[in-house]
Design a protein around this ligand. Structure first.
Ligand code: PFF
Length: 467
């Protein structure tokens, strides 16, 4: 095993190792790329719409600040201290702290979880890629609700079309990951993230020109608590994990590439802020367009694939801005998918002692194959509900189950274990040493949130979701 090709640890100087991000800015862009994804542009707007707007947004912001951010700092901290793929990191840190080797399970949870998430994330990323072409060719222009619905229905109903786009999307992801941390992940995110921001601002600017911009703003920012249910609060909390990419070993492995001198608190705050900003801007781009066309904000998962194309089809410049919107969605999904492949590839590479390229091919092919389950769940197997005998899983396809398993069980469980490991299992002085904040008030607030607030918050969501 050659140490340069199979070890993620930083070298003595901490700076020159090829496995490290070249700067703190590079980490912030890559981690923001991971956080900003389908969760921000597809899921956040539709769950906000379903949960009545402002009050939901407020709860979501609180969850990001009080639960998401502390867990992100903890996960990045664990990653940097371990310096390897999530499984090896957990194994080494547990051994060093003299605690149970079972903590390695947290690493496994991450690698297996990101594997499963990517298998269906890539299928949805494929929808986005296909919609770039659909929009660019002017298909939405003048189309009515039935026509737009039929387009989406036909895409989901055709396994071969879905397979084509899923394959293309996975290929895009693998090309980047195969090139490694600096030449692949870092380079891709330094191009894609600024482009994403420019596109998003253009779309918000466009929404601003509609008569309904004010209505969109008040929908997002004026809280009406009568519209918020307990379930809405739990959805907000669950989404905070998903949107910040927590609990799946992603922030851990990105943390492993973070140079020692960088402040974990600062970069985590930057990433959380940018992720929140993008979600809010996506809302500001989408809702005015929805309202301007008299459409329903609570349309559910079809909001951006059915409602929005309908709006683009009715508006001046709709073909151009519709196309830009789907390009934005592809960029966002792409940089998140890259981050989901990294924990798996880094583990294969380090553990099996094979090259980066081969590891990417092996891991990518396995995930691609698993994606077939999602593709078939949308059509041929849509009537197959393997756990239908249990009330909670009634009517759920394999795809629905994979989504449920990851979003409702694996992510919160991963987040909870990160909080317990950093807050209770690791020694306070080693945590302090890695964070480099001394025993400041900020440190104590973070530590308190991590030890008490986050585990309780997560347990509440967790138990609620299971019953
Ligand atoms: N944060 C991504 C999004 O909002 O779309 C999704 C995601 C990426 C979830 C990586 C979990 C993860 F580990």
């Amino acid at each position: 095993m050659s140490s340069t090709s199979t070890t993620l640890t930083r070298d003595a100087s901490g700076e020159q190792a090829p496995r490290l991000w070249s700067s703190r800015f590079a980490f912030v862009l890559a981690a923001t790329g991971s956080a900003v994804g389908l969760g921000n542009i597809w899921k956040f707007p539709y769950i906000t719409g379903e949960n009545g707007g402002g009050a939901f947004v407020l709860v979501y912001l609180l969850c990001i600040a009080l639960i998401g951010l502390p867990i992100m700092m903890a996960e990045v901290m664990i990653g940097r201290r371990g310096g390897h793929n999530p499984i090896t990191t957990m194994k080494n840190l547990a051994a060093k702290a003299g605690i149970s080797a079972r903590w390695q399970g947290l690493g496994w949870l991450g690698v297996v979880g990101s594997f499963i998430i990517l298998s269906f994330y890539s299928v949805i990323g494929g929808w986005a890629v296909s919609y770039v072409g659909t929009s660019a060719t002017g298909t939405f222009a003048g189309a009515d609700a039935d026509a737009v619905g039929a387009l989406f229905g036909n895409l989901l109903g055709s396994p071969s079309t879905l397979l084509l786009w899923h394959t293309l999307f996975m290929a895009l992801v693998m090309v980047v990951v195969a090139r490694g941390v600096r030449a692949g992940l870092e380079k891709a995110t330094t191009w894609l993230m600024p482009a994403l921001f420019v596109l998003l601002l253009m779309l918000v600017g466009y929404a601003f020109t509609t008569d309904s911009f004010g209505q969109g703003v008040s929908f997002l920012f004026s809280p009406d608590f009568s519209k918020l249910s307990t379930e809405g609060v739990l959805t907000a909390m669950g989404h905070a994990f998903f949107t910040l990419s927590l609990g799946m070993g992603v922030m851990m492995v990105y943390g492993a590439y973070l140079p020692k001198q960088v402040s974990i608190a600062k970069v985590s705050i930057a990433v959380s802020l940018m992720d929140t900003l993008v979600a809010l801007l996506a809302g500001l781009a989408i809702f005015p367009i929805v309202f301007a066309n008299g459409l329903e904000p609570g349309a559910g998962p079809g909001l951006i694939f059915q409602t929005l194309p309908l709006a683009f089809g009715q508006m001046p410049g709709g073909t151009l801005f519709g196309t830009l919107f789907f390009v934005l969605l592809v960029f966002a999904a792409w940089t998140s998918a890259i981050s989901l492949l990294e924990p798996v590839v880094s583990w294969v590479e380090e553990n099996k002692g094979i090259s980066r390229v081969t590891s990417t091919l092996v891991a990518g092919a396995a995930i691609w194959t698993m994606g077939l389950l999602t593709i078939l769940s949308l059509n041929e197997w849509s009537g197959f509900h393997p756990l239908g005998m249990f009330a909670t899983f009634e009517g759920k396809t394999i795809f629905d189950l994979l989504d449920y398993l990851t979003a409702n069980i694996m992510l919160p469980l991963g987040g909870l274990l990160v909080a317990l490991f950093a807050g209770w299992a690791l020694r306070r002085d080693s945590v302090q040493d890695e964070l480099g904040m001394g025993d400041s008030a900020m440190f104590r607030i973070w530590y308190g949130l991590l030890r008490y607030v986050t585990p309780i918050g997560v347990l509440v969501v967790f138990v609620y979701n299971l019953i």
